[in-house]
Write a protein that binds this ligand. Structure first.
Ligand SMILES: [Zn+2]
Length: 216
């Protein structure tokens, strides 16, 4: 399948967002997992590899997501972003959602750190999105503008982001991580995620492409 102009534009928009001063300032830990500009640059390079046609890249697609309410998604198995709307990423809250999905790609590339779980992956993504919005606009995102089911996650992520903003390398307090994890697992959108679900991170280099009959 060939890449469309809309998908090339989206890839540029993600890489511009990753290179922006607001994203570069994001620097915190959830548990043992570091979310920082080096990790975001890994994602940027992985998108570039896909543009160049390398197998170990991260793809960008315009299409339907598996969750009907989600405008954007990262698929760990396919190493691919999917965006429903071709123009997505033109507003700060949409770029915050892009940063959220880029955290998932970063953790997939890094295969997650020890003890890191899938709800902590979501928590880290919400915090990164909240920090992006604060650094890009100077104020926290209004949870009321977000999907009803996601509002508790946005509210808690805002509270955490305000506490750790401009503290490079800050560790999110365990009690805050637990409260955000609770908001995630109580959201029916994440009905496939339990508190103990291991992180969905299998790396982006897929050696099975050398042996196509082993591909699923
Ligand atoms: Zn997510």
């Amino acid at each position: 399948m060939s890449v469309t102009d809309d998908e090339l534009d989206m890839a540029d928009r993600i890489r511009d967002t990753l290179d922006s001063p607001a994203t570069q300032r994001i620097n915190f830990f959830v548990g043992t997992q570091h979310i920082d500009s080096q990790g975001f640059q890994q994602v940027s390079r992985a998108i570039l590899k896909w543009l160049w046609g390398f197998r170990e890249g991260v793809a960008v697609e315009i299409g339907e997501t598996s969750k009907s309410a989600a405008p954007a998604q990262y698929l760990y198995k396919d190493d691919r972003f999917t965006f429903v709307i071709a123009t997505f990423g033109r507003t700060p809250d949409q770029r915050g959602a892009m940063v959220h999905e880029c955290v998932h790609a970063m953790i997939d590339i890094q295969r997650g750190s020890p003890g890191f779980t899938q709800p902590m992956n979501e928590a880290a993504a919400y915090i990164a999105g909240a920090l992006y919005f604060i650094y890009a606009t100077g104020r926290p995102i209004d949870p009321a503008t977000q999907h009803r089911l996601a509002q508790p996650s946005y509210a808690k992520a805002n509270q955490i982001a305000l506490a750790i903003s401009d503290k490079p390398g800050a560790a999110v307090a365990d009690v805050d991580t637990i409260q955000l994890v609770n908001a995630v697992v109580q959201n029916p959108t994440y009905s496939n995620i339990r508190r103990s679900t291991p992180v969905w991170a299998n790396g982006i280099f897929d050696p099975t492409y050398l042996f196509p009959r082993f591909r699923r």
